[in-house]
Structures are given as structure tokens and as C-alpha cells.
Design a protein. Structure first.
Length: 292
């Protein structure tokens, strides 16, 4: 029985490891840096590795090899962490960035494929974490998920300052946070509200912010996301994310979805339109083909 279980685990691990061909790349390619495709359907040429310990930051779960990015992303993290260290007196914790050659993760994200996304945890490391803590980090949620409200015990005003610092960086296109966190940011800001437009509510971002950079200048094959809607996104917009029933909050995934629903004029049957199939950019398929 033990042998059977061991074989099962080995097969399961092998399947998980290679569920995405991009997980098999252990090093970046030697091409000039370029983000290819869209954030959720692309790859990365000439990736750079974020040093695992830099000024003002530490990298979490480095064993997963998700600490690569476009040079613009590396530079952004170094700028932000330097400011966090000098102004907030803390170290920021860097979660998932991208794989050595970008592409799809086997689990965890659909984006992060072009080296322009980075997760930054809300857990602030005033004292540096040990190697063991970095390998198996414990997140700190800023949201009481069962009550759909801010966790006052975990909230620190430095969180407001950190998100604002990131959003005011010219290279940043968007920052995803939980709707409750967005609402808190709205309540704390005064007249200087332009940066709030970049901070977008999205489920699952209760213990980290997901920072997304714009396509680098000159990367002709990089596909930018549409700009955020005009305005600061506060008030009625962020309030619309609150679930109608409080007891469903914990597992609520939200009604904000890209799924298109079509109703026939003569029938009450609801037809859900399937999303169009994605095709990897040619430069990305070539990377996979050359690795075989």
C-alpha cells in the first residue's frame, strides 16, 4: 500500500510539474528583453532574475522559480523596495512574478506570463525573514472574509502608503486588491486621488497586491490592457462588489466576470458563450518547439 501511494504521489507530482511546458525552463533565454503577447497569453524574452535578497525586499518561495521578470519589473521592485525601506522602515515581500521564460504557470495564476506582473505581500517584514520562513511563508490577510470588512488587527497605515507609492510609479498600469482594501484606500485619501484610478478591486487579493506594469516602450509584440475606467473607482463602483448575502462572503467569487451570457428571445434558456480559444504568439511557440 505504501509503495502504491508513493507511486501515485510521484506520478501526480510529475503531472503537476509539467502541466505547463513553461515550468520545464530552468533559465531565461539569451535573447534581447521583450514582453510578448498579453498578460494572460504570452511569454518573455531575455528575462532577468530578481536577486533573492536586495535592499528593502526579500523573495518568497524561491524554490518555485517564479522570481523572473522583464528588466522594467526588476527596476520597479528595486525602486519601490528602496522607498519602502527608507520611508516605511520595513522590507517588502515579493511573491510570484514570472517563470524564467514567462508563459503559463501550472497553478496559481492565468496572468504573470509576460514578466510584467508581480505579487507584493501585505505582510510587512520589519525584521528580515529566515530562510525557512521565506520557503513556507505565512500570509497576513487585511480582510475579515467572513464579515466582508477590513481586519483592523492586521491593517497598518503603511499599507496605504505602500499601495500609493506603487500606484504613483509611472511604469505601473494597474494594481489589483480586494474590494474591501480598495474601499479603505478611498476613505483615507484626500484631494490627490488620481492614483486611485489604477487600483482595481478584484477577488482573492486580500493578502497581497498584484502590480501590473504597462508594456515597455519599443516592445511591439506586447499587448497592453485597456486603461482603467475614468475616475477614482470609489463610491458606487467599489460598493457594487459587496455580496448581497453576508453568509456567502467567505467563498464569494464575485459577479465581475468575462463570461458572456446570451438569452434567446423566444426561450428562457440561458446560453453561456464560450470564450474564444487563445493561440500563443508565434515567438512563444517557437521557444517551446526549440526546447523539445
Amino acid at each position: 500500500m505504501k509503495m502504491t501511494w508513493a507511486i501515485f504521489l510521484t506520478l501526480f507530482w510529475s503531472f503537476s510539474l509539467f502541466a505547463s511546458p513553461w515550468e520545464s525552463f530552468s533559465q531565461p533565454n539569451r535573447l534581447s528583453p521583450e514582453a510578448i503577447g498579453s498578460y494572460a497569453n504570452g511569454c518573455l524574452l531575455g528575462a532577468k532574475a530578481l536577486p533573492l535578497n536586495g535592499h528593502g525586499y526579500q523573495v518568497l518561495r524561491s524554490q518555485n522559480k517564479r522570481y523572473y521578470g522583464h528588466p522594467n519589473t526588476i527596476a520597479f521592485i528595486e525602486r519601490l523596495s528602496s522607498k519602502a525601506r527608507s520611508e516605511l522602515r520595513t522590507h517588502i515581500l515579493i511573491g510570484d512574478m514570472s517563470l524564467p521564460q514567462g508563459g503559463r504557470f501550472s497553478s496559481g495564476h492565468t496572468s504573470h506570463q509576460t514578466g510584467l506582473d508581480a505579487d507584493i505581500w501585505f505582510r510587512l517584514a520589519d525584521t528580515k525573514l529566515s530562510s525557512a520562513q521565506l520557503s513556507l511563508p505565512k500570509p497576513k490577510t487585511l480582510v475579515d472574509m467572513s464579515a466582508y470588512k477590513l481586519s483592523s488587527a492586521n491593517w497598518d497605515n503603511r499599507h496605504f502608503r505602500l499601495v500609493k507609492m506603487a500606484a504613483q510609479d509611472n511604469e505601473v498600469a494597474r494594481i489589483f486588491v480586494h474590494p474591501v482594501i480598495k474601499d479603505k484606500l478611498c476613505s483615507l485619501e484626500g484631494a490627490n486621488r488620481d492614483w486611485l484610478r489604477k487600483v482595481r478591486p478584484w477577488w482573492g487579493h486580500n493578502y497581497h497586491m498584484h502590480v501590473r506594469l504597462r508594456c515597455p516602450q519599443g516592445d511591439a509584440n506586447c499587448v497592453d490592457q485597456k486603461p482603467p475606467p475614468k475616475g477614482d473607482g470609489c463610491g458606487a463602483e467599489v460598493a457594487s462588489w459587496k455580496p448581497a448575502k453576508a453568509h456567502n462572503v467567505k467563498n464569494y467569487r464575485g459577479s465581475k466576470t468575462n463570461t458572456k451570457v446570451e438569452k434567446s428571445a423566444t426561450s428562457t434558456t440561458v446560453k453561456v458563450k464560450s470564450k474564444p480559444k487563445k493561440f500563443l504568439p508565434r515567438q512563444c511557440t517557437q521557444l517551446i518547439d526549440h526546447s523539445k
